[in-house]
Design a protein around this ligand. Structure first.
Ligand code: ZN
Length: 327
């Protein structure tokens, strides 16, 4: 089927108590790995492109690779989404290029500016008369800590979403989904050691997600789809493989998967996972180089990378998102 927007996906996910995975794509192997995983489990999926990915791969290559994946999996609902659009112009360019969903992230700006720019993007994206299709729009209230491509927020400068603002924001902008800050964070180092406790194996345990804020937001926005960014769990087995094969990632830490599953059962309909795929790819390639110092054909190690990413996405679909067999 052609690319879809996220409207129907989210309606079903909300009612069904599961979430759709949104995975970042940067090259062919990652597009293949994610869609092979989703295809094998009959799971709807969102492929998202950040401004960093556009700079790295050139948007045109990514769009055509995603369309190739749609041809390969004709029965699978696949959305092509802009991650962290930082201006109306960027959102407009992606919509004009064929994206089916965009995020406008003005969460770092004053509230009234966030309302104004999000509304402008929605008016453009929702104009079915002008372009014959409805583009879904995601916005953000509250700010996440951490680093993701061009988005950097220092620890201590992040803030939880204020539930008092959500109704006003959604009503005035007409936005289709809302990313909120309840304690998730971008990157593979989501928390400083002093914010965490350590378990008996010496692994850092982060502070719990603020599911109370999520519930208060949902009480004020019944039936409305919520999005979580920065929701990688930083699998310790990948960190171990990386560190055992020449890498150096001490105290990398993520969000426990059982907490994300709880959020997915509630009003969270989209969960963004990027760092875990990066870690899988890196673990596989480091291991490959260490074990086969004579290899120099990129297909040899990229194949391993693709295998690890595929297994990671399959695990997320079943254990975290619960969207297997929901296509
Ligand atoms: Zn994000």
């Amino acid at each position: 089927m052609p690319l879809v927007n996220t409207k129907e996906m989210f309606e079903k996910a909300y009612k069904g108590g599961y979430a759709i995975g949104a995975f970042n794509v940067n090259n062919m192997e990652i597009v293949q790995a994610i869609t092979e995983a989703a295809g094998s489990l009959n799971a709807p999926v969102i492929l998202q492109v950040s401004s960093g990915a556009r700079k790295y791969a050139n948007s045109r290559y990514l769009i055509h690779m995603v369309k190739a994946a749609c041809e390969n999996f004709p029965d699978l609902p696949i959305a092509l989404h802009l991650d962290h659009g930082d201006s109306f112009e960027l959102c407009k360019a992606c919509i004009d290029d064929g994206f089916t969903s965009v995020m406008i992230d003005y969460s770092g700006h004053p509230y009234e500016e966030n309302v104004e720019v999000t509304k402008k993007v929605c008016e453009y994206a929702h104009d079915v008369k002008a372009r014959g299709r409805y583009i879904t729009v995601e916005a953000e209230l509250g700010t996440l800590a951490g680093v993701e491509d061009d988005v950097k927020v220092e620890f201590g400068k992040s803030s939880y979403t204020d539930p008092e603002q959500v109704q006003d924001f959604v009503t005035r902008t007409g936005v289709d989904s809302l990313a909120i800050a309840i304690g998730t964070s971008h990157g593979a180092y989501k928390f400083k050691a002093e914010q965490c406790t350590r378990n008996k194996d010496g692994i850092l345990v982060p502070p719990a997600l603020r599911l109370d804020i999520l519930e208060e937001v949902s009480r004020r926005l019944p039936g409305f789809p919520i999005v979580l960014h920065g929701s990688s769990s930083v699998p310790q087995e990948y960190v171990k493989i990386i560190n055992e094969h020449g890498g150096k990632m001490p105290d990398a830490i993520g969000i426990p998967e059982d907490q994300l599953r709880e959020a997915a059962k509630r009003s969270v309909c989209k969960i963004n996972i990027d760092s875990d795929l990066r870690l899988g790819m890196t673990a596989a390639i480091r291991k490959h180089f260490d074990e086969h110092p004579d290899h120099f054909d990129p297909r040899q190690y990229l194949k391993d990378g693709r295998d690890y990413v595929r297994e990671t996405v399959k695990h997320k679909i079943v254990a975290v998102l619960g969207c297997d067999n929901k296509a």
